[in-house]
Design a protein around this ligand. Structure first.
Ligand code: NAP
Length: 314
């Protein structure tokens, strides 16, 4: 099969487009004929070697964690899916394996893809969508009437978080640059703040939830704009978070949370239902070919995307 392979850590140019054997699958996996994949910041951070001290690559490696495609084969007879099913999946193998014509996907993080969207859109959901859902529903326990501020609101995680917060009946404030008028028009947050022109940390507004999807703030920087009992949650855990958790004890019930997204079928089913009911949309920043994964990574590394960066495989 054709794949975008890397043999060393480095810049986006390290990708080689070449023939490699199809992946073998275990009994709890399916082989997916990939139609589209999406790029997440973890892909370029791993490619650069940022995570090599706790996740060392055994090169060659095919990166990427999100795919949408068709089940080619199941690893065992005891499988809820069958060949020909249209699925979307969050890959779990070390470094993933999404940027290829075939991928090995875990059964417990694969689901029937939303029916109302194509593979290009479906591939944008698994990692970023589950991050937003798990942060708001499970960690924050979002409720109607809460006021939720989302940083990185135009990005992969942020644009899902805005929509999910609204779905749960929250008032939403989107923090992103003004480079995204179309996204703001489509997602209709209640308020928009351009962080480049407005210091929202010094403004008088107070929030029940600050979802730092862009990972650009901290509990300390946001403490004053949280209501008493409010929650700061970040998608980018840093060591200082432990100190901030201790400090939160003295912060009028204001709490700090972090999240490590957990891939699972039932959350993919939930997100697919939201899409099919017309309650969740996937905004696409750009589409790149498998030969040009380097270009997709270059765009992702600019950290200014509007929705998801997609790699079209077929
Ligand atoms: N913990 C987990 O399990 C988990 C899971 C997924 C992602 N993440 C992390 O979450 C972060 C976001 O991921 P993503 O997929 O959403 O990234 P992304 O798609 O690349 O989006 C990043 C967004 O942040 C915005 N941004 C940049 N600087 C900003 C600032 N100072 N204030 C507000 N917005 C700013 C960018 O647009 P503008 O500057 O134009 O507004 C862009 O839309 C990454 O660091 C990623 O590694 C963690």
């Amino acid at each position: 099969m054709k794949a975008a392979v890397i043999y060393e850590y480095g810049g986006p140019e390290v990708f080689k487009y070449e023939d490699i054997p199809d992946p073998d699958i275990g009994k709890n996996e399916i082989l997916v004929k990939v139609f589209a994949a999406s790029v997440n910041p973890v892909d370029w951070k791993q490619r650069k070697g940022n995570h090599k001290f706790f996740l060392k690559a055994k090169f060659p490696v095919v990166p990427g964690y999100d795919v949408s495609g068709i089940v080619e084969r199941c690893g065992s007879d005891d499988c809820d899916l069958k060949p020909g099913d249209e699925v979307y999946c969050r890959l779990r193998r070390k470094f993933g394996g999404a940027f290829a014509e075939y991928a090995a996907a875990p059964l417990d993080a694969s689901a029937l893809k939303p029916k109302n969207i194509d593979h290009l859109h479906a591939a944008g959901i698994p990692l970023a969508g589950q991050t937003a859902l798990q942060a708001l529903r499970d960690k924050v326990k979002i409720e109607p009437g809460m006021h939720v501020l989302v940083t990185g609101a135009a990005g992969g995680v942020g644009h899902f978080a805005l929509q999910i917060a609204k779905l749960y009946g929250a008032e939403t404030t989107a923090v992103c640059s003004s480079n995204h008028p179309e996204l703001l028009r489509r997602l209709k947050p209640d308020h928009h703040i351009d962080y480049r022109t407005t210091d929202y940390l010094a403004a008088p507004d107070r929030y029940d939830v600050i979802f730092d999807a862009a990972g650009v703030e901290s509990f300390l920087s946001c403490r004053n704009i949280l209501k008493n009992g409010g929650v700061y949650i970040t998608s980018l855990p840093r060591p200082k978070l432990i100190i901030h958790k201790l400090l939160s004890v003295f912060s009028r019930g204001k709490r700090v949370r972090t999240l490590l997204q957990r891939p699972r079928t039932r959350d993919l089913d939930t997100l697919a239902k939201m899409v099919d009911e017309g309650k969740l949309e996937v905004i696409i920043d750009s589409v790149h070919s498998l030969e040009n994964v380097s270009e997709a990574h270059r765009r992702a590394e600019e950290y200014s995307s509007e929705g998801k960066i997609i790699v079209q495989v077929r």
